[in-house]
Design a protein around this ligand. Sequence first.
Ligand code: SF4
Ligand code: SF4
Length: 181
Amino acid sequence: MIFKTGVVDSVPDRLLSKSNFDAVRRCYQCKKCSSGCPVTFTMDTLPHQVMRLLQLGSEREVLSKNTYWVCSSCQTCTTRCPNDIDIADVMDELCRQASRRKTVSEKTLELFHRLFLREVRLHGRVHELSVIGKYKLLSGQIFNDIPMGIGMILRHKLKLVPKRINRPREMRDLFRKDPVI
Ligand code: SF4
Ligand code: SF4
């Protein structure tokens, strides 16, 4: 069913949870989210535009955008939204849905996302060198950024040996309860 405004009044194939779906419908396009977002320069579609596409039920179009992959989950948009829409959480949901539906628009970003979260799940913190090494191998971009990487190691910005948190099992339990991807 469609409202006169063109806003879809049902959840097509459950792209969003009920609470986020209801929240997104409150968006009145004030653009405060987009004007505060620090990574709009890398987005093909701005956060408020994603909200509008979601309202219209254009899920295929939403999933084809890179917005939610480049979102850094900084929460600025969520904090600024006058309608209490948790936009950052909507972006997370879109990542999960795109992965589940295998409609990933940004394959290398998704790969990085997966490797990063896997590291957090296993060790409770990120060992950057491991993530970068796996990412380079799996993405086929082995020789990019080598001088920068060497410079970072020499300046002790990249640790050679990974460190774990004291109770990594607790982190794994958290991921089990709420699988993020
Ligand atoms: S800040 Fe909130 S209400 Fe304004 S455009 Fe963004 S999501 Fe919509
Ligand atoms: S949470 Fe994502 S979309 Fe929102 S302001 Fe931060 S980077 Fe932008």
